[in-house]
Design a protein around this ligand. Structure first.
Ligand code: NAD
Length: 497
């Protein structure tokens, strides 16, 4: 348990040294053309740093460095046991620098310091350690082949992997890519979001300190341009992307028009949380429903943004939900008791407010609905709850903010139909005391993760694959399955006689 007070964190923030350069081929570097962008804090709008705005020359240089490192075998050629030792040192360094990394993440992205110290940074370190621990235990296969043959099936690293990630869990989303990709022996070029580049740069320095050879792990900050250049680059073998469905489609096009690099997409969601009339614990379900949409300011791909409630329990359930929502009053993210921080930037806040405006004309506003703490210069929105019909714009489009659409249903079939009637399929939940009913519904829900009588459980457990059906993406982060994304399968047939 971190014992620091609000004042302690503010003191630390005042003296924090922030690095804004890219990390290419084992060294910090300015962008080749000297361009920078302003990295500001959503807490108060204050400028935190000028960050390298990488362009074509940087992308070409970083891919060349990553390729050279791969071809030389300085990382890929190591015994997996040796890669494991370096990655474990790196994970340990992340723990050693937990306060610094948590502070960077909170200042940069606006999420509560309680979350970055307890969830984000430990989860990223755990992810790296988990794949490190796994990598010297996964072997290949000897297949039953003709007598005159020895048949081997092995997995080999792909080469240069680009990871393009969003801003909502900056370091965790990145670690879900670079953890398995590096463990498998690839070189990685990480392109963090322009809204949250700081922890990526800092962990690259720590990677170097831990012993990752130059060129093996690189960070090129910038906006869409370096992301697009990586997606279109002829010498990138694989691109692993987390972000919006719109950008995911563009990335797939770039890959198709260039070298058919492997494309893995973790995209948006509009996840349904279904509460049946026989829900075994209305208080617990209401609290979980509030957590599902208000944790991380609702900036969660798997947020339970559609709450489907049976008509018989609707009134009592909404009352309990609103009580639970009150524990999410927006506050200063450096205050350890605060559970809801700032929206990542003005653009995102304005988008969320526009959805709230749309909601006012589409349904009944039950709570929230306003920007607050304007005097701080930061971007804060109250937890907001609407009661709407399933076809309302706010019930169909991903908002990525603290806005919940409550939808009432009468039958199980209707609930399942509404739940699946979306372009997305990232997550879903069902609450029922009847295990058969719950399990039957779980089977019918078209989503990569289904929770029964809980929501969001197992997020930090690396054993569960995470990813989407439909336009929520392809492939899975986490678990041993993620190693499959960063390796090619090779058949080797050896003729004995
Ligand atoms: P975004 O698509 O705007 O940006 C994601 C990343 O792509 C950023 O680094 C951005 O700079 C880069 N980018 C933007 N345009 C690009 C282009 N044309 N070519 C290449 N790269 C480009 O998404 P965002 O706003 O950063 O993140 C929010 C989205 O991420 C939401 O839709 C959310 O659901 C999704 N998300 C999904 C998961 C998941 O695991 N499925 C997890 C977290 C977030």
């Amino acid at each position: 348990m971190n014992k620091k007070t609000f004042a302690d964190w503010q003191d630390k923030a005042a003296t924090l040294k922030i690095e804004g350069r890219a990390f290419i081929d084992g060294a910090l570097s300015h962008s080749r053309d000297g361009k920078t962008f302003v990295c500001a804090s959503p807490i108060d709008g204050r400028e935190l740093a000028r960050v390298a705005d990488c362009g074509e020359a940087d992308v070409n240089a970083v891919v060349a460095a990553a390729r050279r490192a791969f071809d030389e075998g300085s990382w890929a050629g190591l015994n997996p046991r040796e890669r494991k030792a370096v990655l474990l040192r790196w994970a340990a360094l992340m723990h050693e620098h937990l306060d610094e990394l948590a502070l960077l993440e909170t200042l940069d992205m606006g999420k509560p310091i309680g979350d970055t110290t307890m969830i984000d940074i430990p989860a990223a370190a755990h992810c790296v350690a988990w794949y490190a621990e796994a990598i010297d235990k996964v072997g290949g296969e000897v297949v039953p082949a003709d007598q005159h043959l020895v048949g081997l099936v092995t997995r080999e690293p792909m080469g240069v992997v680009a990871a393009v990630v969003p801003w909502n869990f900056p370091l965790v989303m990145a670690a879900w890519k670079f953890g398995p990709a590096l463990a498998a022996g690839n070189s990685v070029v990480l392109k963090p979001s322009e809204k949250s580049p700081l922890t990526a740069i800092r962990v690259a320095q720590l990677a170097h300190e831990a012993g990752l050879p130059p060129g093996v792990f690189n960070v090129v900050p910038g906006g869409a341009e370096p992301g697009r250049l990586l997606a279109a680059h002829g010498d990138v073998d694989c691109i692993a992307f987390t972000g919006s469905t719109r950008t995911g489609k563009l990335i797939m096009q770039c890959a198709a028009q260039s070298n058919l690099k492997r494309v893995w997409l973790e995209l948006g969601g509009k996840s349904p949380n279904i509460v049946l009339a026989d829900c075994p614990d209305l208080d617990g379900a209401a609290k979980a429903a509030a957590d599902a949409i208000f944790f991380n300011m609702g900036e969660v791909c798997s947020a339970g943004s559609r709450l489907l409630v049976h008509r018989d329990i609707k009134d009592v359930f909404i009352e309990k939900l609103l009580a639970a929502a009150r524990s999410y009053a927006p506050g200063h993210p450096l205050d350890p008791v605060v559970t809801m921080g700032a929206i990542v930037d003005r653009v995102q806040m304005d988008q969320v407010l526009a959805y709230i405006e749309a909601g006012r004309s589409e349904g009944r506003l039950a709570a929230g609905g306003a920007q607050v703490k304007k005097e701080t210069g930061g971007f804060y929105i109250e937890p907001t709850v609407f009661e709407v019909k399933p076809d309302a714009k706010i019930a169909r489009e991903e908002i990525f903010g603290p806005v919940l659409s409550v939808i009432v249903f009468d039958t199980v079939d209707e609930a399942v139909h509404i739940a699946n009637d979306t372009q997305y399929g990232l997550a879903a939940a069902v609450w029922s005391a009847d295990v058969t009913t719950a399990h039957e519904i779980a089977r019918r829900l078209r989503a990569g993760t289904v929770w029964v009588n809980c929501y969001g459980e197992g997020g930090g457990d690396m054993n569960f694959p995470f990813g989407g059906y439909k336009q929520s993406g392809n492939g899975r982060d986490k678990s041993l399955h993620a190693l499959e994304k960063y390796t090619e399968l090779k058949s080797t047939l050896i003729r004995l006689r």
